[in-house]
Every structure is written in structure tokens, then in C-alpha cells.
Design a protein around this ligand. Structure first.
Ligand SMILES: [Zn+2]
Length: 138
């Protein structure tokens, strides 16, 4: 079964986000790390969101996380009916940051807060852009 809606629409790719999307297309989930305060953040950006230092770098996350919260709305504008169930989730990466994403190939009634999930990447119509989503793991 796959409810992942592939290929996904291509997001807005800017010079600032191109590295992130390209890494996703290569199977890597990038996070930012701050050399000044050691914060880890998602999405990577040019300044630390905690201390505003520009001494930041980009690293690859393990791709494992826990389900922080989720919802499975009956309808959401623009989401194709054939790609149900839609599970909108916030996951907390093992490195710390949380991100809004989808959980795919899961029964929403079987999910619980705290469940382990792992990233996978859904293609788009661009070879250099993929979308990170998460799936349950044991
Ligand atoms: Zn910082």
C-alpha cells in the first residue's frame, strides 16, 4: 500500500533551500548546527534561530524520530482524495528539532504519540527535489 502521493508537487526552490532539497533527493535529511551555542535546527538556514550566530553548518540527520503529535483530517484543501489517509504530523528528530511532515503507509488509528518513525523521501517531478516524509518503524 502506498498513500504517499507520488510524485509530489515541486515546492518553491530558492538559492537558500536548493541544497536542502537536493540532499533530500539523494536520501539525506539536512539539519543545521550552530557552532556558537550547539543548537540543532530544522530547516537549515544562514543564522542560528536560537542565538542568531552566523557560525552555522549543515549536517545530515540520522532520519529517525518519534511522533510528537499528529492529526488525520477528513479533508484538506488541495489534497487528492485518492491519497488517503492523510496524516499530518510533527515529528521530533533524534537530534532534537521538530518538523511538520506527513506520516505515510500507516493506519492513523494505530498510531500513538511517541511512536518511532523514520524518514523516507517522496520524489517530485524534479530529479533534484524530493520531499521528506516519515513512516512507522518497529
Ligand atoms: Zn546558536
Amino acid at each position: 500500500m502506498s498513500d504517499a502521493w507520488e510524485p509530489r508537487p515541486v515546492p518553491d526552490v530558492t538559492p537558500e533551500t536548493a541544497e536542502y532539497w537536493a540532499a533530500a533527493a539523494d536520501g539525506d535529511l539536512l539539519v543545521g548546527t550552530c557552532e556558537a551555542c550547539e543548537a540543532v535546527f530544522h530547516y537549515p538556514r544562514a543564522h542560528c534561530p536560537d542565538c542568531f550566530s552566523e557560525a552555522v553548518s549543515t549536517t545530515t540527520a540520522a532520519g529517525t524520530a518519534r511522533l510528537y503529535t499528529f492529526a488525520s483530517p477528513e479533508r484538506i484543501e488541495g489534497w487528492p482524495d485518492e491519497h488517503r489517509p492523510l496524516i499530518v504530523a510533527q515529528v521530533e528528530l533524534d537530534e532534537g528539532p521538530r518538523l511538520i511532515t506527513n506520516v505515510v503507509d500507516a493506519d492513523p488509528s494505530a498510531l500513538s504519540i511517541g511512536d518511532r518513525v523514520a524518514v523516507r523521501f517522496v520524489p517530485t517531478d524534479r530529479d533534484d527535489v524530493a520531499i521528506p516524509v516519515f513512516e512507522p518503524v518497529d
